[in-house]
Design a protein. Structure first.
Length: 404
């Protein structure tokens, strides 16, 4: 295929990525609750019971009938005790009370709980003042979740709180989307693994750890392949092997128009290209296509380009294949210092977020904007999004931000 889109506007490229991801949605699987953290829910969770499942006490104290209170101080006879655990089917008669602990089921006919610190205890009687409200410190059945409520929606990322929600309903397993298998390649004869000595002209391979880390943070279990050499036959062989076995293949480098950039030619010849080159900075040479069964994402080789293209387009591909419905965290902040944008492309600049005492959020742009300058990314915690067009941004201008 040679008539593929090229030099797309960023939003057009993102649309294509999402459309392709949606047509390559992965099937679901049922996994134990303990293994579901960070996964994407494939089916909504419907409450099979109310929460709380029964009326219970919110405090350690004494349960009684509010109608028994008189003016001033009232004495009530202590007739039993109900601790958290199995209900004892105790009755609370007129003028009586029962000792109760937090979470314990309310005795029949009792409708109010008084904290133990607010009573005077004399023998088998307690004395309660008349300022206790009816229903005080009682958690009513179903006040949090009603039976039949959809408590978790398909496409939700399973956070610890959502896992706990499912556990509170007795779920032992959940239906989640399968995670895409991802093969990671770095490219270039100049790359040397950290810890090995460098010879003149060589650099350490930082892109592998960068990309593997980004994927792991997103809950995936990527596989790192050996570095691709600057040899077209070996590149074709290694990528072909991975593309037949993985859902997604991601490469770093060799996607521009240099003498050693063999990957675009390979994808044009042996696969298909969804698009090549995006009007974004950094990361313009990005290549997206398919090789064998794998979706193929060819990221540029500069480390900041890898960082920005994965966070903006690579993550969208992997999220979409898993059916993630929730948007990633993003928002707006005020520029702490002015910035001059001198080109037409969508820009993703590194910056540091800072909450102000007046409750507003500011962002400090990092002036080291070269795509090779990884320190700027390491010193920052967000991408600042500057839309297309040349423009002068003054301090205080409101801009989009994407926290890492």
């Amino acid at each position: 295929m040679t008539n593929f889109p090229s030099r797309l506007l960023f939003d057009d490229a993102l649309t294509i990525v999402k459309e392709i991801a949606n047509t390559h949605r992965l099937p679901s699987e049922s996994i134990a609750l303990s293994r579901a953290h960070g996964r994407i829910l494939a089916e909504g969770v419907i409450a099979s019971m109310p929460l709380p499942p029964f009326d219970n006490s919110a405090m350690d104290g004494f349960a009684f009938r509010h109608a028994d209170l008189g003016l001033g101080e009232t004495g009530l006879r202590l007739s039993g005790e109900q601790f958290a655990g199995r209900a004892l089917d105790l009755q609370c008669g007129q003028g009586e009370c029962l000792r109760i602990t937090t979470g314990a089921p309310m005795p029949a006919s009792a409708d109010t709980v008084v904290m133990k610190e607010r009573v005077r205890l004399e023998g088998d009687r307690i004395f309660v003042t008349d300022d206790i409200k009816s229903g005080a410190h009682v958690r009513r059945a179903g006040e949090d979740v009603g039976e039949g409520d959809e408590v978790l929606k398909a496409g939700a990322a399973l956070t610890p709180a959502r896992i706990a929600m499912a556990a509170s309903l007795g779920a032992a397993s959940l239906a989640v989307s399968q995670r895409p298998t991802v093969a990671v390649f770095t490219t270039g004869d100049e790359l040397v693994e950290p810890g090995m000595p460098l010879r003149p002209g060589e650099i350490y391979n930082s892109n592998r750890e960068l990309l593997m880390g980004l994927l792991r943070v997103d809950g995936l279990e990527p596989t790192a392949w050996p570095t691709l050499p600057d040899d077209p036959a070996r590149v074709a062989s290694m990528l072909g092997d991975a593309a037949g076995a993985f859902d997604v293949v991601i490469t770093c480098g060799a996607v521009s128009a240099g003498e050693k950039d063999h990957i675009p030619e390979l994808l044009i010849r042996d696969g298909c290209v969804h698009f090549w080159k995006v009007m974004m900075r950094p990361g313009m040479p990005l290549l997206f296509g398919q090789l064998d069964r794998a979706q193929f994402l060819g990221l540029p080789g500069n480390p900041v380009s890898v960082f920005a293209t994965y966070l903006t387009l690579g993550r969208a591909l992997l999220d979409g294949m898993q059916g993630r419905a929730e948007l990633r965290p993003a928002g707006f902040a005020k520029l702490a210092t002015p910035w001059r944008k001198t080109h037409e492309r969508r820009e993703f600049l590194r910056g540091r977020l800072d909450w102000q005492t007046d409750g507003t959020l500011s962002v400090h742009p990092n002036p080291a904007d070269g795509s090779h300058r990884m320190r700027a990314a390491a010193d920052s915690d967000a991408l600042i999004v500057f839309r297309e067009g040349v423009r002068e941004y003054t301090a205080g201008s409101v801009v989009e931000v994407m926290p890492y």
